[in-house]
Design a protein around this ligand. Structure first.
Ligand code: MN
Length: 198
């Protein structure tokens, strides 16, 4: 019998500018083998075209989330080649150790707030269009860390540590709060919040 020692709380909030079937922002979260795979996607361009690209990426992730992250990103690049492309950030978290792997391309922000606060950087580029050389970020989540990941539909200039009252809120409340406070009125927005052992 495996005793679940890890307390994990996560939530993905997506807010379409207009309608969900015209939304270029999406995400995917999957728990497997005591790991958590999660990703955010922002399809280039607007409305139905962007939505179509985002859905193509997501459905590939649904079938291939266990693939090594760089390889997965390269496959995605091939699959949407010839389209306007997408920006994508992929993560795998080992729930037991807190080891986080991340590969990102384009403007998706990934920050971790805790004793240390860090930003894991994506490579500039657009998959399916201008693919950069990929790098894998590795980080070790500590108990109580809050991971926040969001598309460019959310303004970057906030620091969660400036809002100490948010520490005790659950991931759903936090994600909704961040979208309502910092979401742009001119784009789709997506925000994923993950609280690790808090
Ligand atoms: Mn966007």
């Amino acid at each position: 019998m495996v005793i679940e020692m890890v307390n994990i709380d996560y939530y993905l909030k997506i807010k379409p500018l207009k309608r969900l079937d015209e939304c270029g922002d999406t995400g995917f979260i999957k728990r497997f083998n005591n790991k958590l795979f999660f990703a955010l996607i922002d399809g280039a361009g607007h409305s139905r075209n962007a939505h179509k690209i985002a859905v193509t990426v997501r459905s590939f992730l649904e079938d291939n989330y266990q693939m090594e992250l760089k390889k997965l990103m390269e496959k995605l690049d091939q699959i949407i080649k010839g389209s306007n492309g997408a920006v994508v950030s992929l993560c795998t978290l080992d729930l037991e150790t807190g080891n986080l792997k991340n590969v990102g391309v384009g403007d998706i922000t990934l920050k971790i707030y805790g004793q240390r606060s860090v930003e894991l950087l994506s490579k500039p580029g657009v998959i399916g269009y201008v693919m950069p050389n990929l790098i894998e970020n590795n980080y070790h989540l500590q108990e109580g860390d809050i991971l926040v990941m969001y598309t460019d539909g959310v303004r970057k200039l906030f620091n969660l540590n400036d809002y100490p009252e948010t520490r005790n809120k659950d991931s759903k409340t936090l994600a909704n709060y961040l979208i309502s406070q910092f979401g742009r009125k001119t784009d789709d927005s997506a925000c994923l919040v993950l609280k690790y052992n808090s």
